[in-house]
Design a protein around this ligand. Sequence first.
Ligand code: FES
Ligand code: FES
Length: 156
Amino acid sequence: MKRAIGFTVNGQPRMVTTDPERPLLEVLREDLGLTGAKYGCGEGQCGACTVLIGGKSAPTCVTPVGDVEGKTILTIEGLSDGEKLHPVQEAFLEEDAFQCGYCTPGLILEVAALLREKPSPTDEEILSALNGHICRCNHYTKILKAVRRAGAKAGR
Ligand code: FES
Ligand code: FES
C-alpha cells in the first residue's frame, strides 16, 4: 500500500507517496529525476546504482524506499560544491578514468565515502572498496590510478 515517505536528498527534504517496497533507484530516477544512479544488474552485484545513505555506500536497486525514511541520501548530482568538482571527480577527469561512464557515478561516490573515512587508503583498502563495482568497459587500470590520485589529494 502506498504511503508518504520523507527523506533528504542532496540537502533537500523530499517526500514521495509510493509503495515502500519500491527500489530506491526507481524512486530516485523516475520520481525525483535524479538519473545519475544507473540500473545495471538489479541484484546488488554491480555497483552502478550506488548512492550514499547516511554517508555509507548502498546499492539502491535492492534498497526499498521505505528503508530510507528519515535518512540522508547523497547522489552524484549533489557531490560537487556548486561549480567546484569534488576531488574524486577531478581525479577521474584528470586520469581519464571512464569510457562509457555507466559505472562512474557509483564508483565516484564509493571512493568519496572511502576517502572520508580513510584519507590515505592502502591499495588493499582501495581494492576492497572497488570490489562491488563492475566496469563493463574494463577501464580498471585508469580507475585505480584515479583513486590513488584522489587519495593523494585527500591525504595532503
Ligand atoms: S544495479 Fe544495483 S548493484 Fe547492480
Ligand atoms: S566506463 Fe563503461 S562501464 Fe565503466
